[in-house]
Design a protein around this ligand. Structure first.
Ligand code: HEM
Length: 443
């Protein structure tokens, strides 16, 4: 076995480690396996379509990729032996729908209201294609489609197309896809020079993690090593409600922009409040060498970046919070779906729009579920009591959010819930070797 920090890039799927390109076009295709032999043939063919993470030097090849992941039900449908199935993370075995309460997917967002087939046992395989442009995407989808179009025992059952909006922002209007952690041995730089690279085991199974231990890995080793866990969530965004809330709670357009920034922790251009606390700075927002280059220790109270704002609670960096921040980091990718709500529109047009949120990490529990349940939907770690994330949190009747301001803090109430879960899945993204192992199963 190679030394622990030497990542076997040619065995790891490209979709694990690479930040998504900007602009981008992406497609998610969900499949059901009706016949295990056909499912295994699909794995064999897809192993030839999926790019490895080794293509770090060619941006054109590296930014277009097809990735494949499987749900617990998918591994079962392929005939993976039970003792192996039992060795996966327990959250993964249960599936996202079963974890709804812990994730805050309740009421309108509860699994019985999810878009079908999300959250059902029919979702077995998730194929994702991503490229900087539509042409590259079509080519990548074509390669994936060739793998399943003549296999009657596997059925495509759902598809979601995503593409960068003309503004290159997410639907609320903020630049996205900025932060990316550096992973030791990946050859891909992180976006914050002040953040130490992470041990590979935080993001890829089979390597030491930040605790100095090997993360629990599915058995046999050929199946687990170089794989990782992936979370997909389709998140509907109530853009009109967000705009209305800003309008009702701030006076001038400039004040509305400041309020939006105090909720996100960044101006819409992407410029962080940490570096530009009083006014937007679009040049800074667009500058990849500067727009994530900061920490919070010079702003303990949060006069610049509120502790409860989305980006600071999702990654408190070096701020004082209960817990060890480096154990809750994630690789994340958001890709927008649906058309933009026309600029200035304050009424909902009834069209579905939002983000396909994707998480990548070796620890479903202490990374994704922890951030979602403790940091997004709780405020105790900040000493804020039960105050939720103002952007992505599940709001209760009070809908309270406050941020430090001189001479007195600004208190907001009646914050509606701006984001609604439409469904999602916990998946395992196997290595290329594991895809071939799955193809060769004989049970
Ligand atoms: C529709 C819902 C969401 C929207 C509109 C949204 C939007 C954003 C935006 C605009 C950024 C700043 C850009 C960047 O740092 O790359 C960001 C950062 C981030 N978001 Fe979200 N987000 C959403 C949901 C979530 C969820 C559900 C999670 C995790 C459970 C999450 C975790 C993060 C993290 C970890 C960061 C990086 C923070 C940092 O390193 O400074 N987001 N989000």
């Amino acid at each position: 076995m190679p030394p622990n920090n030497e990542l076997e890039l040619n065995d790891i799927q490209s979709g694990v480690l690479r930040p998504r390109p900007s602009p981008y076009a992406a497609t998610y295709i969900l499949m059901r396996i009706d016949d295990r032999r056909a499912g295994r043939e699909l794995m064999r063919r897809l192993a030839g379509v999926v790019a490895s993470a080794a293509h770090t030097t060619s941006p054109a090849a590296a930014d277009t990729w097809v990735s494949v992941s499987l749900t617990y039900q998918g591994l079962r449908a392929l005939g993976v032996p039970q003792d192996s199935l039992d060795s996966f993370a327990w959250e993964f075995q249960q599936g996202m729908a079963a974890r709804a309460k812990a994730l805050g997917d309740v009421g309108e967002a509860s699994p019985e209201n999810w878009e079908r087939p999300l959250g059902t046992h029919d979702v077995h395989v998730v194929v994702t294609a991503l490229s900087p442009d539509q042409q590259g995407l079509e080519a990548a989808i074509g390669r994936a489609r060739a793998a399943f179009s003549d296999l009657p025992g596997v059925q495509p059952i759902w598809r979601q197309d995503c593409r960068a909006l003309a503004t290159e922002r997410e639907p609320f209007g903020f630049r996205d896809g900025i932060g990316h952690p550096a992973v030791e041995g990946s050859g891909i730089p992180g976006s914050n020079s002040k953040e130490e690279p992470f041990k590979a085991g935080e993001f890829v199974l089979g390597y030491l993690d930040e605790t100095g231990a090997m993360p629990p890995m599915p058995r046999p080793e050929v199946l687990g090593r170089n794989g990782t866990y992936v979370v997909f969530r389709k998140l509907h965004q109530r853009v009109a409600a967000f705009r209305q809330y800003l309008k009702e709670n701030a006076g001038s357009p400039d004040e509305q922009e400041l309020l939006a920034a105090k909720m996100m922790g960044r101006w819409r251009s992407g410029a962080p409040l940490a570096l530009s606390p009083t006014r937007d700075d679009p040049e800074l927002g667009a500058d990849r060498t500067r727009n994530n280059d900061f920490m919070y220790s010079d702003d303990a109270t949060g006069y610049k970046t509120p502790p409860g704002s989305h980006v600071r609670r999702a990654n408190p960096r070096d701020a004082q919070v209960a817990g060890v921040v480096r154990l809750h980091r994630m690789i994340r990718r958001g890709t927008a779906y649906g058309p933009e709500l026309p600029e200035g529109a304050l009424e909902d047009d009834g069209i579905d729009r939002g983000l396909m949120f994707a998480f990548v990490g070796a620890h479903l529990g202490r990374q994704f579920e922890f951030v979602q349940s403790e940091w997004m939907n709780g405020g105790d770690f900040l000493g804020l009591g039960d105050v939720k994330d103002p952007i992505a949190g599940v709001q209760d009747a009070a809908g309270a959010y406050s941020f430090p301001r001189k001479p007195i803090p600004r208190m907001l109430r009646g914050l509606p819930q701006f984001v609604l879960t439409r469904g999602g899945e916990y998946c395992f993204m196997p290595s290329l070797r594991a895809l071939r192992w799955l193809a060769d199963l004989e049970t």
